[in-house]
Design a protein around this ligand. Structure first.
Ligand SMILES: NC(=O)c1ccc[n+]([C@@H]2O[C@H](COP(=O)([O-])OP(=O)(O)OC[C@H]3O[C@@H](n4cnc5c(N)ncnc54)[C@H](O)[C@@H]3O)[C@@H](O)[C@H]2O)c1
Ligand SMILES: [Zn+2]
Length: 360
């Protein structure tokens, strides 16, 4: 069998041509009383046939379907799944197979982590965001009253299985969404990955695959070193402080709502600029980051009157305690520094810089 494993601390990430066959083997030896497959309408349509063809031991498994999209990360949807499992008499030895993007793995991980005080689950991510980020690291959760990830648990899957051909049915916007996290991984840890992404043809999944694997390995490395977010995991926040503000702002007018990765791409332009402004990063490095991100991601238009609201939204972010902004900034392409104090005035300057960049 052609499989490789990356250690993510609490679980392995299994990859290679036969990754799904390795899942079949796990099913043979895991002592599960039953298996259930959780997916959304899209992932069950596009990915379930391939999963079943490579994992014959799942052919009798029940599938549970949720509507696609963030709205399924909800307690009422969790309740439906708990109830369904109970009706099917699922016991503590049942397995939940989460087949989908970050919504399905966050929701499924949460349901598995809480049903009967925790049953085992595996993640089979199908979106790029899922493969390089959401499925790895054991963080699960659902949203509450519009606030993201308010209720959740750490619950490591038994393993995460990366099957890259699933990406072939993913739309371009969703690919770019996940690519933003890959770019982030390159910028904080691996200049070669950054350079390779710059030269890659996005639509060519086979060419992209080794970069996806490298990016997943970076996420695995970071969560392994800091499984419960005590410190190092903060490097993953690069682009996310301003990015979360932009994302929340965009959702205030739903017709211009941005995907998470699209907002993080803008956040990375602003935060790379701050890195330069604070003498941490060279101008040349900043210029190349801005050029590449602006070429890939559509500009977000806002005016100076929005700055105040944006800063306020960033303050509400749980990571900015005590009204202080603590950023993860870059010291070079491939190197980051955590806990850099930044003032609201400097954040505003960065927003103004971005505004001018996309106007010209
Ligand atoms: N737990 C974590 O550490 C972590 C990290 C990052 C993101 N997240 C969470 O992940 C979620 C976002 O994940 P996402 O971007 O994957 O969103 P998603 O799960 O909603 O997937 C995006 C869209 O793509 C569709 N899709 C997925 N795979 C497909 C495929 N192979 N072919 C065709 N369509 C496919 C889905 O049905 C959905 O419509 C957010 O809720 C975010 O909070 C969690
Ligand atoms: Zn992110």
């Amino acid at each position: 069998m052609e499989v490789k494993e990356i250690d993510a601390g609490g679980h392995p990430v299994v990859l290679g041509r036969d990754a799904l066959r390795a899942l079949d083997r796990t099913l043979a030896h895991g002592g599960f009383s039953a298996a259930f497959i959780l997916g959304d309408e899209n992932t069950l349509r596009h990915c379930l046939p391939e999963l079943l063809s490579q994992v014959p031991r799942l052919r009798d498994a029940r599938s549970l379907v949720v509507p696609p999209g963030e709205r399924s990360k909800d307690l009422s949807v969790s309740t439906d799944i708990w109830q369904h499992l109970a009706e099917e008499a699922a016991d503590r030895h049942a397995l939940l197979v989460c087949l989908g993007g970050g919504v399905v793995t966050d929701l499924g991980g949460f349901v598995a982590g809480t049903y009967k005080r925790g049953i085992r689950c595996v993640h089979v991510p199908t979106s790029l965001m899922g493969m390089v980020d959401a499925a790895i690291g054991g963080k699960t959760g659902v949203d509450l009253a519009g606030l993201k990830n308010m209720v959740g648990v750490f619950h490591d899957p038994l393993a995460v299985y990366l099957h890259l051909p699933f990406l072939k049915s993913l739309g371009k916007r969703e690919l770019l969404n996940g690519l933003a996290e890959m770019i982030k991984h390159g910028l904080i840890r691996d200049a070669d990955l950054w350079n390779a992404i710059n030269g890659a043809a996005l639509h060519d999944i086979d060419a992209l695959s080794p970069l996806v694997v490298r990016s997943a390995a970076i996420k695995a490395e970071v969560v392994k070193a800091d499984p419960r977010e005590a410190g190092l995991r903060k490097v993953l926040n690069f682009g996310h402080t301003i990015g979360h503000g932009i994302e929340a702002h965009s959702w205030e007018s739903p017709q211009r709502a941005l995907l998470h990765g699209e907002a993080v791409a803008i956040g990375m332009v602003c935060e790379a600029w701050l890195s330069w402004r604070m003498d941490l990063l060279s101008r040349e490095a900043y210029d190349s980051i801005a050029k590449q991100l602006l070429a890939l991601y559509k500009p977000y238009q806002f005016d100076s009157g929005d700055d105040h609201r944006l800063v306020e939204l960033m303050r509400n972010d749980k990571k900015n305690t005590g009204g202080q902004f603590r950023f993860t900034l870059l010291t070079a392409i491939g190197q980051a520094k955590v806990d850099v104090h930044v003032t609201a005035a400097q954040v505003q300057e960065a927003l103004e810089h971005y505004r001018l960049l996309v106007r010209s």
